[in-house]
Design a protein around this ligand. Structure first.
Ligand SMILES: Cc1cc2nc3c(=O)[nH]c(=O)nc-3n(C[C@H](O)[C@H](O)[C@H](O)COP(=O)(O)OP(=O)(O)OC[C@H]3O[C@@H](n4cnc5c(N)ncnc54)[C@H](O)[C@@H]3O)c2cc1C
Length: 544
């Protein structure tokens, strides 16, 4: 093979692309992983500033029966600790220890909303049922990461007894696919209670996914050294297997008929198979199907229309703080992974109707109206607060604390404000308000102990990883999803209309996140290997 010709090229060095590359390089394919940034990892990424370690994307990882089996299967060692979660509403804070913490959560809700006891019992009952389904779903190591040809013990002792329960559970899960906000209106009349339970989920999150979070809180773990250790060990494995990684290389053109990629420096790369593990809108915009059969071209155009008219899901705003206060003092208040709602009132229409009308009438709206909205939004919101030093004390300078405060944020608002020329001012106003709300409530020490602060907006996410609308978990939830969204069909999620091109990662399946990105990365690698075996057996497809 000539220098720039590969069996498989993977575009996108996020967790999905790294997974594909790790598996394909293990099977001795000639593999190239192309990443536009200096580092791999995408939204699974850590960085150091002034001696403080921060996680830029996901704050902790959920195994979901996927990550540990994948690491084991690849022979990768990763030191991890539990990432303990706390939940807080106003001045009440619950540390989630085990399954019985659900009872304490119920009691906490009843203390705050004594008028809604019956509704709380009802919703807790539903969460308990969902947790039982989750036990089935994640009850065994995901079979995709097992060697089913050789591991007969796994097949007969685990997989076969589990399958009927799995099929039964999938049926139940599919019946809980409606948006959680809508579902909760059928159970809870109290709008504040409804908001407190659901407002930190993406808009229209499928009910099952949202209500399964209590199980997921118990599943969170944290790699020693930061979440960025996960992409690091995968990257090392790829190199150890003889795979190649090319960073600071952005693919700007895919000529599918010739199996050619072009980067920003006009260098070209030839592939037998391509796995696209980055933004799918970009893929459809830069790919030409010249030379293919009309049927393939038509399928491609149909997919393209559907992909381009859909939106990425909610994005996130993250405020990073370097604080002159020992990490232990924060540990006395809450665990290092903390979901905190300073007001029991709930966001109501603040992040829906009110925000939409500001965005729709943006040209007519005064700056002061946006700042008034910001006052309400920051007071009523739920925050995900992460303190890496509470998970791994090595991650902060002695006597100090690094903290990340984040919340869901609407890309369009930041985009419009940037175009109107006052983004820096808006970010400063937002940071000021968030700090006031958090220091007036749960962490008073933030009032005068902040050494430095900086933040990432949905626009920073879009710039860094190239995701449409700054999305962090792929598509926004709507009735007609442009990708597979049923677990039983997940195997097909990696197919594109072009036979030698596969897709993986947050855009390939919905709902997504780190485990699903890893799973699709593996599924895409499996498809490539299957195709390669067919080619070797002389079964060449004819699609041109
Ligand atoms: C604040 C935050 C919190 C989160 N919390 C959770 C959570 O609790 N649980 C969970 O499961 N998930 C969570 N996520 C989401 C999760 O991190 C992502 O869904 C997942 O990491 C996506 O991985 P990926 O490989 O599919 O895509 P990405 O991470 O987006 O990787 C794509 C890669 O492709 C590269 N790229 C893009 N275009 C090109 C191009 N043209 N050429 C070359 N390279 C290109 C990008 O630079 C990037 O490295 C969170 C994310 C954030 C930001």
């Amino acid at each position: 093979m000539s220098e720039n010709t590969y069996n498989t090229i993977i575009v996108g060095g996020g967790i999905a692309g790294l997974t594909s590359a790790a598996y394909l390089s293990r099977s001795k394919q000639k593999v190239l992983l192309i990443e536009k940034n200096k580092e791999c990892g995408g939204l699974v990424n850590s960085f150091v500033r002034d001696g403080f370690h921060f996680d830029a994307g996901v704050r902790a990882l959920e195994d979901a029966g996927i990550i540990f089996p994948m690491l084991k299967d690849l022979g990768i060692q990763l030191d991890v600790v539990k990432s303990k979660v706390s939940l807080g509403i106003e001045n009440r804070i619950l540390h989630i220890e085990n399954l019985s913490s659900l009872k304490q959560y119920r009691d906490l809700l009843k203390e705050i909303f004594p008028e809604s006891e019956g509704e709380i019992d009802e919703v807790i009952k539903i969460i308990r049922t969902v947790m039982k389904h989750m036990d089935v779903l994640y009850g065994i190591e995901n079979p995709v990461f097992k060697d089913l040809k050789r591991d007969r013990e796994f097949i007969f002792k685990k997989l076969l007894p589990w399958l009927p329960r799995f099929i039964f559970t999938v049926g139940k899960i599919n019946r809980m696919n409606m948006p959680v906000e809508e579902y909760l209106t059928t159970v809870i009349k109290n709008t504040s209670l409804r908001d407190i339970i659901s407002q930190h989920f993406f808009k229209n999150t499928p009910t099952f996914f949202a209500l399964s979070y209590f199980s997921l809180y118990l599943d969170y773990f944290y790699p020693k050294g930061g979440v960025g250790k996960l992409p690091e060990v995968l990257k090392n494995k790829i190199l150890e297997n003889g795979g190649e990684i090319k960073t600071e290389t952005k693919i700007i053109e895919v000529t599918a008929g010739k199996c050619l990629l072009k980067d920003q420096k006009n260098l070209t790369y030839k592939y037998d198979n391509l796995i696209w593990a980055a933004d799918l809108k970009t893929f459809y915009k830069i790919t030409s199907t010249e030379g293919f059969f009309p049927g393939i071209k038509t399928d491609f155009e149909e997919s393209k229309n559907s992909i381009l008219k859909n939106r990425g899901g909610d994005s996130v705003f993250s405020l990073f703080l370097e604080v002159d206060e020992p990490v232990e003092n924060f540990g006395k208040i809450a665990n290092g992974h903390f979901f905190y709602t300073p007001s029991k009132t709930g966001l109501g229409e603040t992040h829906r109707k009110d925000l939409n009308s500001l965005i729709n009438d943006f040209e007519k709206v005064e700056k002061t109206q946006i700042l008034d909205w910001l006052d309400r939004f920051t007071k009523l919101n739920t925050y995900e607060i992460s303190i890496p030093g509470l998970k791994d004390p090595e991650l902060v300078p002695p006597g100090k604390t690094g903290m990340i405060i984040s919340f869901l944020a609407e890309y369009d608002l930041f985009d419009k404000i940037q175009k109107a020329g006052w983004l820096d001012e808006f970010i400063a106003e937002l940071e000021k308000r968030v700090l006031k709300v958090i220091s007036d409530s749960v962490y008073p020490m933030l009032k005068d102990k902040i050494i430095a602060r900086f933040s990432y907006t949905p626009l920073s996410i879009e710039n860094r990883v190239g995701t449409s609308e700054g999305a962090i978990t792929g598509w926004s939830f709507q009735k007609n999803m442009p990708v597979i969204n049923k677990m039983q069909y997940s195997d097909r999620s990696v197919l594109t209309p072009i036979p030698s091109i596969y897709q993986a990662g947050q855009w390939a399946y919905s709902p997504a996140g780190v485990p699903m990105s890893i799973l699709t990365g593996k599924l895409a690698a499996d498809k490539v290997l299957k195709q390669t075996r067919k080619f070797k057996a002389g079964q060449y497809p004819d699609f041109k």
